[in-house]
Design a protein around this ligand. Structure first.
Ligand code: SF4
Ligand code: SF4
Length: 439
C-alpha cells in the first residue's frame, strides 16, 4: 500500500513503524474472510483491510479521528485473526494499538462513554477495587431483568445495554482469595527450575483456583514458583483502551519487579495462565523499545514470558492418572493464544497426552466476543459471537470446555451449562490434583 507520510512525520518512531506496516499490505483482502466483525456485519469498514485504510488516512492527515474511524476501530476485537491469515505479514496489532492511542488522545467521546471507560480503566486492573465492584454487582444482578438484553440489536450500544452485559458477567459467588503476592512455593523433590507466575488482576478475583492449579502442577514437577511481590496488572486492559500512559507505567513496573527477582534469585521463565496478558507481556520489548534503560530489560522479560502450556510442553510430565476417565473436552482456542502467540497445538497435545479426548471446535479461528473489555463496550456484537461460538462448541458434544484465558471462560460460561475450565485445571486433575468445579 502506498503511503504519503512526510519526512517530518517519519521522524516519529511510531509513524515510521506504521508506515512499514501499511506498506506491507497489498490489499488482497484474504484477511476479511476470517475477521469476526466482517463475517458478522458484512461491512468492508468492519474488516481488517477497511480498518487499515481508515487508520492510514487518520495517521497521514494528522487530523483528529472522525466518528467513522472511531466507530470501526472500536468494533475491532483485536482478536488478530487477520494476522494469522495475512500472507504478507502485516502487523495489524501494532497498527491498531497505535490507532487506539491516537483516538484516546485526540477524540472527545460523549461524557457517558468517557466515564464508563474511565471506570473500567480504574477498576478492572486493581484486584481490590474489582473485587469490591463484583460484590456490589452480585446484589444488583436481579436488576438485569429490567434492563435491555446485551444483544438487543442497537447499532450503537447504549449505557443500559452495557450495564446489562456487566451484570450478566458478574458471578453469583466470589471465591476465597488465592495464593498471596510474595509467596514462594517450593518444588517437590529435586528443584529443576524456578519460575515467576503472573498473578493477574481480574483472574485472581474471579478464579484464583487457576493459578493454584498451575502451582500444583509446577511444584509437582520439581519447579519452584514465586509470586513476585511488586508485580501489577500487565497493562493489557488499559492498552486495549488506548490508555498507553497507564499501560506503559504498568509494563515498566513489572519489568522492574521481574528483573529484580531474576537478579536476586534467578528466573527460568515468567509464566502466564491468562493468554490475553501473555500476548501483551511478550510485546513489552516492542512497547518499551524506545524507553531508555527499560528497553533492554523489557526485551529480556518478553523473552522469558511463556504461556503455562508452552512451558509444560518443554518438561517431562509425570505419568497420567486415570481418575478422570474418557472425558470429552472441547478445546476453545483463545484468540490471544492462537493468533497473538501462535500457540495452537500445544494445549491440545498436552490434554490428549494426559488422557482427555480432545475435540476441535468448528470455526475455532473466530473470537468468542470476550476480548478484554469488548463484551462490556460492544455487547451486541460480543453476544452474537458468543452464541455462535457456543453453537459450534455444542456440535462436538463435550463433557467439558477447556480454554486458556479467563475472559473467554467467563464469556462462554455465560451461555452454556457445560462446565468451562482452564486447561491447567485439567492437567492438574490428570496429574493428581482435584477435579475442577462445574460452572
Ligand atoms: S490479508 Fe494482509 S495484505 Fe491482504 S488486505 Fe489483509 S492485511 Fe492487507
Ligand atoms: S483484529 Fe480481529 S476484529 Fe480486528 S480487524 Fe483483525 S480479525 Fe477483524
Amino acid at each position: 500500500m502506498k503511503t504519503e507520510f512526510s519526512i517530518a512525520q517519519l521522524a516519529d518512531a511510531d509513524i515510521a513503524e506504521a508506515d512499514k506496516i501499511l506498506r506491507a499490505c497489498v490489499h488482497c483482502g484474504f484477511c476479511t474472510a476470517t475477521c469476526p466483525t466482517y463475517v458478522l456485519l458484512g461491512d468492508e469498514l468492519d474488516s481488517p483491510r477497511g480498518r487499515i485504510y481508515l487508520i492510514k488516512e487518520m495517521l497521514e492527515k494528522q487530523k483528529p479521528p472522525t466518528e467513522a474511524v472511531v466507530k470501526h476501530v472500536d468494533r475491532c476485537l483485536s482478536c488478530l485473526a487477520c494476522m494469522t491469515t495475512c500472507p504478507s505479514g502485516v502487523h495489524y496489532m501494532h497498527l491498531v494499538d497505535q490507532a487506539r492511542v491516537k483516538i484516546e488522545r485526540d477524540f472527545r467521546r460523549p461524557l457517558k462513554e468517557r466515564l464508563l471507560r474511565a471506570v473500567l480503566a480504574r477498576v478492572l486492573p486493581e484486584p481490590k477495587l474489582f473485587g469490591a465492584a463484583m460484590r456490589l454487582a452480585r446484589f444488583a444482578r436481579p436488576l438485569a431483568a429490567l434492563l435491555p438484553a446485551p444483544n438487543s440489536g442497537k447499532a450503537k450500544p447504549t449505557l443500559l445495554q452495557r450495564l446489562s452485559a456487566m451484570l450478566a458477567l458478574a458471578p453469583r459467588e466470589l471465591p476465597e482469595p488465592g495464593p498471596a503476592a510474595g509467596g514462594v512455593f517450593a518444588a517437590l523433590g529435586r528443584r529443576r527450575a524456578r519460575v515467576a507466575l503472573l498473578q493477574g488482576c481480574a483472574q485472581q478475583v474471579l478464579a484464583p483456583r487457576i493459578n493454584q492449579a498451575a502451582i500444583n502442577v509446577l511444584t509437582r514437577h520439581g519447579i519452584e514458583v514465586v509470586l513476585v511481590k511488586d508485580e501489577q496488572c500487565c497493562g493489557a486492559l488499559t492498552h486495549h483502551l488506548g490508555r498507553d500512559d497507564d499501560a506503559l507505567a504498568r509494563a515498566r513496573a513489572n519489568v522492574a519487579a521481574w528483573s529484580a527477582e531474576a537478579s536476586r534469585q534467578g528466573l527460568d521463565a515468567i509464566l502466564v495462565t491468562t493468554s490475553g496478558c501473555g500476548t501483551v507481556i511478550k510485546d513489552y520489548g516492542y512497547m518499551l523499545r524506545e524507553d531508555g534503560d527499560f528497553a533492554g530489560p523489557a526485551a529480556e522479560v518478553s523473552a522469558l514470558a511463556k504461556d503455562i502450556t508452552e512451558y509444560l510442553s518443554g518438561i517431562k510430565m509425570k505419568p497420567v492418572q486415570s481418575a478422570h476417565g474418557d472425558i470429552v473436552v472441547a478445546y476453545h482456542a483463545a484468540c490471544s493464544l492462537q493468533h497473538g502467540q501462535k500457540v495452537t497445538a500445544i494445549p491440545k497435545d498436552l490434554l490428549s497426552k494426559n488422557g482427555f479426548v480432545v475435540k476441535d471446535v468448528p470455526e475455532s479461528h473466530l473470537c468468542c466476543g470476550s476480548a478484554g473489555t469488548y463484551n462490556l463496550l460492544q455487547p451486541d456484537i460480543a453476544t452474537k459471537l458468543r452464541d455462535r461460538k457456543i453453537a459450534n462448541i455444542a456440535s462436538v458434544k463435550p463433557d467439558m470446555i477447556a480454554a486458556g484465558n479467563i475472559g473467554c471462560m467467563m464469556q462462554i460460561a455465560g451461555g452454556t451449562s457445560v462446565p468451562v475450565v482452564h486447561t491447567i485445571e485439567l492437567l492438574d486433575w490428570a496429574t493428581g490434583g482435584p477435579r475442577p468445579p462445574s460452572n
